[in-house]
Design a protein around this ligand. Structure first.
Ligand code: TRP
Length: 331
């Protein structure tokens, strides 16, 4: 049986939030099955497209790897590695840059958003960010790319680049497909529930971080913005805050929306907030404790990441030399 490869990445630009966990990372561990091999990387090269403090970036890169282990990435079934430890990412990215058009990159919504937010630093890396991501994906002959909604457009451009290259040079890349969870693909901000929950939100009350302890989680949910309707109903348009709390509740308890609505019938928002917080605490607390254990074990982390990079490199080198050969720059 031929194994299908899975690849995904996450930037070390902060801690994993409830949104990242539900929208993507939870799926990473579920995808580790017999007939697959998974490659998961901490995308530190992507992170420097916005300004980073070097010491902080190093620390966060390590911490992100520990969080992924705590979330169930299993080094026996996956290669967990740091993107910059495998130089082929940058090397393939250059080649792919030459097969990607300015026009298609200008249409990327993330580029438009990020350049609006970082007006004083619209660098070329920010613009070609999706090309590096295409290199991440295509190096590992990945069939599946588990990501949140916001990354769908980037996986699509990786597909377009793969198809274009294959048409020009013959079968070289596997054309990848995004895997996007339907339920809970979008966990919204607790402070502005019409916006996605984001780990880079300057307001820490807007998101639940993986590293938040029980008291903090409870406090943040209690402060979550709702509305003045006073009625627990699922109306994402008119009651986005309450709808968000309800869907988080469903995700963490396994209940359907109908069951949740029946459960909260006649109750106030205070009760809803406490119940959601308790469900989230129950899932996240053991993961956070695991994370702290991994983070403290530097020798183990070092071994896992070195092994992960070695395993990733074996395939990355093969793909890169095939590509070099096709375009006529190999030796
Ligand atoms: N750009 C992704 C994000 O910000 C992270 C990422 C980097 C990624 N490389 C990837 C995701 C490759 C999937 C595949 O969330």
């Amino acid at each position: 049986m031929e194994k299908k490869n899975v690849l995904s990445g996450i930037q070390p630009s902060g801690v994993i939030t409830l949104g990242n966990y539900v929208g993507a990372v939870r799926n990473w561990s579920l995808l580790q099955q017999e007939d697959r091999f998974c490659y998961y990387c901490v995308a530190n090269l992507h992170a420097i497209t916005v300004r980073q403090d070097p010491t902080e970036l190093k620390r966060r890169t390590r911490a992100m790897a520990a969080m992924l282990l705590a979330c169930g990435v299993d080094p026996k079934r996956s290669a967990l590695f740091i993107q910059s430890d495998v130089p082929e990412h940058s090397q393939l990215s250059w080649v792919l840059n030459c097969y990607t058009y300015m026009g298609e990159l200008s249409r990327m919504t993330q580029f438009k958003d990020k350049s609006a937010k970082n007006e004083d630093n619209i660098n070329a890396g920010l613009f070609t960010y999706p090309v590096l991501m295409a290199a991440d994906i295509l190096l590992y002959r990945s069939s599946f790319v588990p990501v949140g909604h916001d990354q769908k457009q980037h996986v699509e451009i990786a597909r377009d680049i793969a198809i274009r290259f294959n048409n020009a040079f013959g079968e070289t890349f596997v054309v990848p497909e995004p895997l996007i969870p339907n339920l809970g693909g979008r966990v919204m901000s607790l402070a502005e529930p019409t916006k996605k929950m984001s780990k880079s939100d300057p307001n820490p009350n807007a998101f639940i971080a993986f590293t938040d302890d029980q008291k903090t989680i409870m406090k943040k949910f209690k402060r979550a913005v709702t509305d003045s309707e006073g009625c627990i109903a699922y109306n994402p348009q008119t009651q986005p805050g309450v709808a968000n709390l309800l869907s988080i509740f469903c995700i963490f308890t396994g209940k359907t929306m109908d069951e949740a609505l029946a459960y909260f019938e006649g109750q106030g928002y205070g009760h809803l907030k406490t119940a959601v917080a308790e469900a989230v605490i129950e899932t996240l607390t053991p993961l956070r404790l695991e994370y702290e254990r991994y983070l403290a074990d530097e020798v183990y982390m070092e071994t896992i990441l070195r092994e992960g990079a070695k395993q990733a490199r074996t395939l990355a080198q093969k793909t890169l030399s095939l590509v070099y050969d096709k375009v006529g720059i190999g030796i």
